[in-house]
Write a protein of this length. Structure first.
Length: 92
């Protein structure tokens, strides 16, 4: 299995940067103890700019989870397509 990150950091303030920093802060501090202000600061953004994109931490979390599900789905589809043998497909 390939180990991939949910997001890749991009330019400061872009969606990849925001999601990457949010994921890191959620891991380090926990979801409940991380504020949108801290995420904005980690992205070198004004809090209002982050609020414009994501009106809550929950919205950020949902986007991170959606990206994670998309990555897992892509990995499963890739493994499935790599073999014609039904037993091998199930194993993969």
């Amino acid at each position: 299995m390939v180990n991939r990150q949910i997001t890749s950091a991009g330019k400061p303030g872009d969606q990849g940067d925001v999601l990457s920093n949010a994921a890191r802060l959620f891991r380090e501090k926990g979801f409940e103890r991380t504020s949108l202000k801290e995420i904005a600061e980690a992205c070198n953004m004004l809090p209002g700019s982050l609020y414009y994109r994501y009106n809550s931490k929950e919205a950020l979390l949902v986007e991170l989870m959606r990206r994670g599900v998309d990555l897992v789905t892509a990995e499963v589809e890739s493994a499935y397509a790599s073999s014609d043998d039904p037993v091998e497909r199930m194993r993969l």
